[in-house]
Ligand binder design. Structure first.
Ligand code: PLP
Length: 411
């Protein structure tokens, strides 16, 4: 595979020293594993000591195409030499192509590019509220947006305000009003929460941060039908679930459902730059007029060049097919672990939530043991490990990584 400096490996503990240096000068809003990565290719990362690790997190799906995908690097390198930033005060030559390609991928008319996922969610909140007032006729400042329990939509003050995770929201109030939470997967509760002031239902088609929680069959179809019947917009946060991860372009595709707004991010930036977007038809995104929303970096030339390449790669369907194919391998191997240190699994495409038997240890302890064996993964909510390998991982490497998990949790 990749050549790495063997002599580096003899400088014992470089990773640990670099880790301590990093921790010493940053706010402790993360609890990273004790590894300091210096380069990566495909599904593999290498630390400053030259040790190699299989990446089973893929930047929470921001690295769906793996590290350093040649087509994405080429697009970024080429764009760097031409033009990197204009602001939206001027139009640049990469903008139209990106918006048209992404709109076509989504089957929608308009694209509003932003940078981070949270910004795209905020954008969707503003757009659906504005639509509520201008189009639906909701009285001023009375708009309601229905969200789900266990949600994760980002880290801004408004967004954490409608989270039910005490870590995410505790100590950060007061919060933005206008959000109503209902249990995820419960259509009756959703129906009961809709009022004449409801402008949108904002949900993740699969809850990634929640532990790859898949709603009951028919839920997304039911959400679509309710929204249509009650004149409410369906905003699907596909930031982590979308763009190939589940074996289809969007997680909503599994139920043949088309939301009114796609909220995209993570993999849209090809693992190179932050690129997010809200994608919808003119009757929705058309409510915004100049001056009502914006972003200095949103839709910049570098982002558009990389994002356009991501969309072109997805347009062939090959990454979705690979996620579906490897997803079968992933599910089979995980099924064999149930009862052997694993108490439950949920998978869709190349994406899994693995519930570890508490008798084995915490999710964190399992991730630390995996790191010792050359595998990097991340726990969520105490005892769950989320697996989201790059879609370019080889079957052989994937099975090797899963063997390491079986060895760590098994008896
Ligand atoms: C990661 C994520 C976000 C937030 O994206 P950032 O780029 O971290 O702001 C929002 N929604 C979902 C479903 C996510 O997984």
């Amino acid at each position: 595979m990749t050549t790495y400096a063997d002599d580096q490996a003899t400088v014992a503990g470089m990773s640990e020293l670099a880790f301590e240096a990093a921790e010493a000068r940053t706010a402790h809003n993360y609890h990273p594993l004790h590894v300091v990565v210096s380069h990566a290719e495909g599904a593999w990362m290498t630390d400053v000591d030259g040790r190699r690790y299989l990446d089973l997190l893929a930047g929470y799906s921001a690295l769906n195409f793996g590290h350093g995908h040649p087509a994405l690097l080429a697009a970024a390198h080429a764009q760097l030499d031409h033009l990197t930033l204009t602001s939206r005060a001027f139009v640049h030559d990469q903008f139209a192509g990106f918006c048209a390609a992404l709109g076509d991928l989504c089957g929608k008319e308009l694209v509003l590019p932003m940078n981070t996922g949270a910004e795209a969610v905020e954008t969707a909140i503003k757009v659906t509220r504005k639509w509520g007032y201008d189009v639906k006729g909701v009285p001023s400042d009375r708009a309601e947006i229905i969200v789900a329990s266990g949600n994760f939509h980002g880290r801004t003050t408004t967004i954490v305000g409608f989270s039910d995770d005490p870590d995410a929201r505790g100590g950060f109030g007061p919060f933005t009003p206008g959000f109503i939470q209902v249990p995820y997967g419960d259509l009756a509760a959703l129906e009961g929460a809709i009022t004449p002031h409801t402008v949108a239902v904002l949900i993740e088609p699969i809850q990634g941060e929640g532990g790859v929680v898949i709603p009951p069959d028919g839920y997304l179809r039911g959400v679509r039908e309710l929204c249509t019947a009650r004149d409410v917009l369906f905003a699907a946060d596909e930031i982590q679930a979308g763009l190939g991860r589940t074996g289809t372009t969007f997680a909503c595709d599994h139920e043949g459902v088309v939301p009114d707004l796609y909220i995209l991010g993570k993999a849209l930036g090809g693992g190179i730059v932050p690129v997010s977007a809200v994608v919808a038809d003119r009757d929705v995104l058309g409510v915004l007029k100049p001056g009502q929303h914006g972003s200095t970096f949103g839709g910049n030339p570098l982002a558009c060049a990389v994002g356009h390449t991501v969309v072109d790669m997805l347009a062939t369907g090959e990454f979705q097919a690979r996620a579906a194919e490897l997803g079968v391998v992933l599910r089979r191997r995980l099924e064999a672990m149930v009862g052997h240190g694993v108490v439950g699994i949920r998978t869709r495409g190349l994406w899994a939530g693995v519930d570890i038997d508490p008798a084995v240890g915490t999710g964190r302890q399992v991730c630390e043991a995996l790191m010792e064996r050359g595998v990097l993964a991340k726990d969520t909510h105490g005892s769950t490990i989320r697996l989201a390998p790059p879609l370019v991982v080889s079957e052989e490497d994937l099975l090797w990584g899963l063997d390491q998990l079986a060895a760590v949790v098994g008896d």
